[in-house]
Write a new protein. Structure first.
Length: 133
């Protein structure tokens, strides 16, 4: 019944596809709680973003969402800034009809990884260079 293989796969994907020193945002408690994803945390700068406004100010290069049930992900503006690059969820089996994650609820989490859209990265860079002049 319990299978956290998708969490391990998400961690492996992060380690293999997100460059070291990149900034990764997440809704605070979701990234560090029992739904944790095993990746090399110390290789990245982790940024807590609990609202769209906070996300727009901090502008992490990547954003990790657990279950996509937070208000930030559901904002239309979010999808103008970020695009989905990875999604990991548990494969459901026959016993899930009976138990449906009630024994180990965090095993049912869906992990979605978003990357800042290139055009937005270029806009950030040009705004930064303009502010230094």
């Amino acid at each position: 019944i319990y299978d956290n293989g998708h969490q391990v796969k998400a961690g492996e994907w992060i380690n293999a596809n997100i460059e070291e020193k990149a900034t990764i945002g997440a809704v605070g408690e979701k990234l560090f709680a029992g739904t944790s994803i095993p990746f090399k945390l110390l290789n990245y700068t982790l940024i807590e973003c609990n609202s769209l406004q906070e996300l727009e100010i901090k502008r992490p290069e990547y954003f990790i969402s657990i279950n996509d049930k937070n208000e930030t992900i559901n904002e239309r503006q979010f999808h103008k800034i970020y695009q989905k690059v990875g999604e990991f969820k548990r494969d459901f089996g026959i016993l899930d009809k009976i138990y449906s994650g009630r024994l180990v609820p965090f095993s049912d989490t869906k992990i979605t990884i978003y990357k800042k859209i290139e055009a937005d990265i270029k806009r950030d860079t040009s705004q930064q260079s303009m502010s230094y002049q």
